[in-house]
Every structure is written in C-alpha cells, then in structure tokens.
Design a protein around this ligand. Structure first.
Ligand SMILES: *[C@@H]1O[C@H](CO)[C@@H](O)[C@H](O)[C@H]1NC(C)=O
Ligand SMILES: *[C@@H]1O[C@H](CO)[C@@H](O)[C@H](O)[C@H]1NC(C)=O
Ligand SMILES: *[C@@H]1O[C@H](CO)[C@@H](O)[C@H](O)[C@H]1NC(C)=O
Ligand SMILES: *[C@@H]1O[C@H](CO)[C@@H](O)[C@H](O)[C@H]1NC(C)=O
Ligand SMILES: *[C@@H]1O[C@H](CO)[C@@H](O)[C@H](O)[C@H]1NC(C)=O
Length: 363
C-alpha cells in the first residue's frame, strides 16, 4: 500500500512538472536568422504589401499537412511606383532629400547637428502610439520590414498615418539620414551629401536595442543617421473568432496540467517571412482543431503568440496552442539557452476562442 502511494505521488510529480510548451528547439534551431534589410536608395518609397488572409490560408494548409515551421513570405509583395525610381550607377545623380545639409558637410557635423536633435526631441507622439526611444544615431533592424517613405519634413504624425494605412504595420522609425548626392564610386568616391528624412515601417516593435544600424560606408562616403525616433502602435489587429488579447510582455504561458492531470498543450508552430500577425496563430489553432477532431483529440481553444528572438535578433513569430485558456499568472516563461544561443520572448499575446474558452471539467 505504502509503495503504491509513493508510486502515484511520483507519477503525479512527473505529470505536473514537465512544461513541454517551453521552446521546441528541434523546431527553432533550424529557423534562419533573417538578413538585415537594405533600404533601397533609388526610390523615395517602397511599400511591402502584406495580405493577411492569404498568409492565414497558407498557415492553415501547412498545419493540415503537419508542418510546424511556416514561411509566409509569399503573402508579401514589394511595390514601388516606377515614377519614383532613380537611375543607379557610379556617379549617377541622386534625388535631393528634404532635410538641411549641415556645414561642414561631414559625418561628424551631421551627427552633432542640433536641428536634428531638436526636431526629434520636439516630435509629438501620435495618438494610439507609444514612443519607444528618442533621438538616437541609429535606425532599427526590427521584425517584418514593411517598406519606407522619404518625407518632406520630420513629421511623426504623417509617418503614423502612413503606418496606419499599411496592413501589418505595428511600429515605425523616423530619422534623418546622410546620403550621397551621387552614387559613390570611381571618380566620385566621396560626393557631397543630401539629407533624407526617412520613415520606415515594421511589422513588430521598434526598440532602442534593435536600433542598431548606425550607417555604413558606400565607397568613401559615410552614411550616418541622426534624430532617430521609434513609435509602437498600442494595439494589435484582432483575430476573428477570438476574444480581445491579453498582453504578457516579455513572458510566455507555461501552463501546468489541467484539473484532471492532463496536459492542455497542443503543440507549437513558428511563422517567418512576414509581419507579426495574431491571425496566423488563430488560423493554426483552427486548423489544429480540425486535425484533432478527426483523431478524437482535444481541440484548440486558446493560443499564446509572441516574437521569438535568438541572441536579441527577432527570428520569427512563435505560436503555442492549448485546449484550455490559462490566466495571465501562468505567463512566467522568458526563454532559454540552446546550442550556445540565447532565445527570448517579447510582444507576447494570448487569445481565447470566443465561443468556448475551454474550462476544465471533472469527469
Ligand atoms: C545586422 O546589423 C547589426 C548592426 O549593424 C549587426 O550587428 C548584425 O550582425 C547584422 N545582422 C546580420 C544578419 O548581418
Ligand atoms: C512561394 O512561391 C513560389 C512560386 O510559386 C514557390 O515555388 C515557393 O515554394 C513558395 N514558397 C513557399 C514558402 O510557399
Ligand atoms: C523587397 O524589398 C526588400 C528590401 O529592399 C528586399 O530585401 C526583398 O528581397 C524584396 N522582396 C522582393 C520579393 O523583391
Ligand atoms: C549622437 O552623436 C553625437 C555626436 O557624436 C553625440 O553627441 C550624441 O551623444 C550621440 N547620441 C547618442 C544617443 O549616442
Ligand atoms: C494601430 O493598430 C490598429 C490595429 O491594427 C489599427 O486599427 C490602428 O489603425 C493603428 N493605429 C492606431 C493609431 O491605433
């Protein structure tokens, strides 16, 4: 009798302690670190058009066929109006930007030019947004590039209104960039500069830590950035069929077993190649339910989705599925190390199915 009690206590312990919804390293170790975006210099505007419905359909198809790492890049297209395209080629004259050119025309004068700092410090935070950082000398490498536009003035409201009109835009970065007046190369290694006022759109949050692009050399011309401000939209798009989300910040749900000692975790997916979009995880939840119903298994009633970073670089949108809704207090997981890499959680949201949030019932 005594040994039986010990055995069941041990069994209960092994049931309650594993937390399989922590990162699936077999899934994420193969996700490639995205390359840094190069913002084209031969145009004043590039819009990355993101089709959320087509991406959700791709996710659904992939989940139904058992895939867990899902590339949605085919649901984005680059669009540039050909009228704004400029000639490239050594010493080709580039269009003038709208910002002032400091004197002397050097990178260091640009970086210490007080008008850039004052414009950045004075810029209004657009309604519905939170300012993430102010007046840095670097632009962002954030998650899900959605294009850029050169503005006529340093105008945070204008940049926000453009972001609001772009599907998937979660954040923007506004800054002054010292660019060459001619395409640098043999015969014009270090041309005079022009100042572009850039507004860059992202499908995930901009932060001071991903504001890490301080410019580069093009031939002997030094591209530098000043007056860089970042703003993040306070809300995310809702997901059809799910309640409004709970926000967990830099933590993910780490759920125990349910009231019957059963795991409620239904697996993980990771999405790459597009902006953060909760609808993708909602589509995965619904598709997993369809698969599970056929196998007589529990259906998906709750999901937690977040931006997964490897060594502080956002590599994808992680998506964990559950048969039951868990309270915010279970959002305790912040990430782990694997294979010499540090994985962390950010921008984490939980959504419950509107029709049935999955309450545990004792038999
Ligand atoms: C992206 O740019 C940052 C900042 O310059 C750099 O640290 C990082 O290595 C670059 N990433 C890749 C994949 O090149
Ligand atoms: C994207 O589309 C191309 C062309 O149709 C196809 O070959 C490729 O497999 C697609 N990629 C994904 C990840 O679906
Ligand atoms: C879209 O533009 C980005 C940034 O310039 C580039 O990295 C990407 O390859 C482009 N995609 C396509 C399909 O042309
Ligand atoms: C930007 O560069 C200027 C000039 O070198 C310097 O004074 C300022 O502290 C820099 N700003 C940041 C945030 O590093
Ligand atoms: C922020 O995002 C929400 C949801 O995507 C969108 O409806 C809204 O237009 C965006 N802008 C503001 C200012 O809320």
């Amino acid at each position: 009798m005594r040994s039986f009690i010990l055995l069941s206590a041990a069994a209960a312990l092994t049931l309650a302690s594993p937390v399989p919804q922590e990162l699936d390293f077999s899934l994420i170790d193969t996700v490639e670190t995205p390359s840094n975006v190069t913002i084209p210099t031969n145009t004043d505007e590039l819009v990355v058009v993101y089709d959320s419905d087509s991406a959700a359909a791709a996710v659904q198809t992939s989940v139904l066929t058992g895939q867990t790492e899902i590339d949605i890049s085919n649901s984005t297209t680059n669009s540039t109006s050909s009228s704004t395209l400029r000639r490239r080629g050594t010493c080709a004259v580039q269009a003038s930007g709208s910002g002032p050119v400091p004197s002397p025309d050097t990178a260091s004068a640009f970086l210490s030019y007080s008008a850039f700092a004052s414009a950045a410090s004075a810029a209004a935070t657009p309604s519905g947004y939170t300012q993430a950082f102010k007046n840095l000398n670097a632009s962002n490498n954030a998650y899900g590039y959605l294009g850029f536009t050169n503005l006529a003035s340093y105008d945070s409201e204008k940049c926000a209104s453009k972001c609001n009109a772009i599907s998937g835009c979660a954040a923007f970065n506004l800054y002054y960039e010292r660019d060459p007046s001619k395409d640098p190369g043999t015969g014009c290694e270090n041309p005079s500069s022009t100042t572009n006022i850039k507004c860059v759109f992202w499908g995930g949050p901009v932060t001071s830590s991903n504001a890490n692009n301080a410019g580069q050399f093009r031939s002997k011309f030094q591209v530098v950035i000043a007056g860089s401000n970042g703003y993040v939209n306070n809300t995310i798009e809702p997901a059809d069929g799910f309640s409004s989300p709970n926000y967990y910040g830099n933590t993910a749900i780490d759920a125990p077993v349910d009231c019957n000692g059963q795991s409620t975790f239904l697996g993980s997916k990771v999405f790459t190649g597009g902006p953060f979009d909760a609808s993708l995880c909602a589509a995965a939840c619904d598709a997993q339910s369809a698969t599970n119903l056929k196998a007589n298994k529990a259906t998906c009633k709750f999901f937690n989705t977040y931006i997964l970073s490897r060594n502080n670089v956002a590599i994808g949108q992680y998506c964990n599925l559950y048969s039951q809704t868990w309270a915010n207090s279970y959002a305790t997981y912040t990430g782990s190390n694997s294979g010499g890499n540090k994985y962390t959680v950010s921008y984490s949201y939980g959504f419950s199915a509107s029709a049935d949030a999955g309450t545990c019932k004792k038999p």
